[in-house]
Ligand binder design. Structure first.
Ligand SMILES: NC(=O)c1ccc[n+]([C@@H]2O[C@H](COP(=O)([O-])OP(=O)(O)OC[C@H]3O[C@@H](n4cnc5c(N)ncnc54)[C@H](OP(=O)(O)O)[C@@H]3O)[C@@H](O)[C@H]2O)c1
Length: 332
C-alpha cells in the first residue's frame, strides 16, 4: 500500500535556521551511518524513515561510505525514496558527503577535485537522484589545498548536483579558511557538521561554535547520544543487538564503569526533568549557541519517537546545567 505521511507532521517539530542562511532544518535530523546498510533488514530501515518523516524530520543525512558495505546506505535510501518518500522530494533535505575511502587507487578518498566530483556522481546514481540538497567535504585533507576542495564543492553546486555545500570535521582554523574561500566564490554554504555531545566537547573547547555564530553558518552535530552511551542502552550490560554489541564504531571497551556511573547520575537529572537521558542529551546539544540540528542515529523506530518526544522540554535551569557540568567533570 502506498505511504501516506502523517498529516500533522509539521505541527510539533521546531525548525531552526542554519546560521544566517535561508535554510531551516528540523531540530532533530536522522543519519544513516549505521543500521541502513545491505546487512540490515530493509523493512526496519523503511519503518525508521517513515517514522522520522511522520514526526517532521525532513533531513536525512548520508555519505558515500555509509553501510556496510560502503555505498549501501545510499542504495537503501534510494529504495526508500522509490517506495515511500519520493513523492515528497521537495519536502526533504537529503545530504551526502565524500572524504573517506570509497574506491582503490589515489582518487578514492580525501579531498581532490577528482575524487569529490566523481564521488558525488556515484552518490546520485546510488540514490537515483538528480541532486542532493547538501554535499559535504567529509573530512579535511592535510595534503590538498583547501581551495581545491572548496572549488570542487562550488563546481558541484553550480552544476546543479547539490543545492548547498557543507564541510565536516574541520577544525576552526581550517573551517575559517574554507568559509572565506566559499564566501569569495559566493557558493551557497550552509553547514558545518561536527561531533558534539556531553562526553565530547572538543569542538566547543576549540571554538568551532563561536566561529559558526560569527560567520552565520549552521552547526549540525553528530553523535549527540555518544553513539548510544548517553541513553539507557548500556545500563544493564551490553545488549547483543546494540552498537557496541554488534561491533559497530562504538567499542565494548568504551562502555566503562566510570562512564556508566556518570550516565546513571545524568539519568537522575533527566528523570527529574520528566525526560529520558536520550531526550535530555538532545536538548543539551540544542542548547549550545551555534547548533542548528542534532543529527541522531537509530536502530528502531521507537528510538526516533523517544528522541523527538524530548523536544517538548528544551530549556535548562542554571542549576541543572551546573549539576550536569559537575557530573561530567568529576573524576570517577
Ligand atoms: N560527519 C561525520 O564524520 C559523521 C560521523 C559520525 C556520524 N555522522 C552522522 O551522524 C549520524 C548520527 O551519528 P550516531 O549514530 O553516532 O548518533 P547517536 O544518536 O549518538 O547514536 C545513535 C545510536 O544511539 C542509540 N539510540 C538512539 N536513540 C536511542 C534512544 N532513544 N534510546 C536508546 N538508545 C538510542 C542507538 O544505538 P543502538 O544501535 O545500540 O540501538 C543508535 O544507533 C550518523 O548517522 C551520520 O549521519 C557523521
Amino acid at each position: 500500500m502506498s505511504y501516506c505521511p502523517a498529516e500533522n507532521r509539521y505541527e510539533t517539530m521546531p525548525y531552526r535556521r542554519a546560521g544566517r542562511t535561508g535554510l531551516r532544518l528540523p531540530a532533530v535530523s536522522l543519519g544513516l551511518w549505521h543500521n541502513f546498510g545491505s546487512v540490515d533488514v530493509y523493512d526496519n530501515c523503511r519503518a525508521m524513515a517513515r517514522t522520522a518523516f511522520d514526526l517532521g524530520i525532513t533531513h536525512f543525512d548520508l555519505a558515500n561510505n555509509y553501510g556496510p558495505e560502503p555505498g549501501s546506505a545510499e542504495i537503501t535510501f534510494g529504495r526508500i525514496l522509490r517506495d515511500d518518500l519520493g513523492p515528497f522530494r521537495d519536502e526533504l533535505i537529503i545530504s551526502s558527503k565524500a572524504g573517506y575511502l570509497m574506491w582503490p587507487g589515489p582518487y578514492g578518498e580525501w579531498g581532490s577535485r577528482k575524487y569529490l566530483i566523481a564521488s558525488c556522481d556515484q552518490s546520485l546514481k546510488r540514490m537515483n537522484l538528480e541532486y542532493v540538497d547538501i554535499f559535504y567535504h567529509h573530512r579535511p585533507d592535510p595534503d590538498t589545498p583547501v581551495e581545491e576542495s572548496m572549488l570542487a564543492l562550488d563546481q558541484i553546486v553550480r552544476s546543479g548536483k547539490a543545492l548547498y555545500a557543507g564541510i565536516s570535521n574541520y577544525g576552526p582554523e581550517r573551517a575559517a579558511e574554507a568559509i572565506a574561500i566559499l564566501r569569495e566564490l559566493k557558493t551557497p554554504f550552509v553547514l558545518h557538521q561536527i561531533r558534539y555531545n556531553m562526553f565530547d566537547r572538543a569542538h566547543e573547547k576549540a571554538g568551532s561554535f563561536r566561529l559558526l555564530e560569527k560567520e552565520g553558518v549552521g552547526g549540525i552535530v553528530f553523535s549527540p547520544l555518544a553513539q548510544g552511551l548517553l541513553t539507557d542502552r548500556y545500563l544493564n550490560g551490553i545488549p547483543a543487538d546494540s552498537r557496541a554489541g554488534r561491533g559497530g564504531f562504538l567499542k565494548r571497551d568504551q562502555v566503562t564503569p566510570e562512564l556508566l556511573s556518570k550516565v546513571r547520575a545524568l539519568t537522575d537529572i533527566a528523570v527529574e526533568r520528566g525526560q529520558t537521558l536520550a531526550e535530555m542529551a538532545i536538548a543539551w546539544v540544542l542548547h549550545q549557541p551555534g547548533v542548528t540540528s542534532a543529527l541522531v542515529g537509530a536502530s528502531r523506530p521507537g528510538q526516533i519517537r523517544d528522541v523527538v518526544a524530548g523536544l517538548r522540554q528544551l530549556e535548562f535551569s542554571d542549576e541543572e546545567l551546573d549539576r550536569i557540568e559537575q557530573i561530567l567533570n568529576r573524576a570517577d
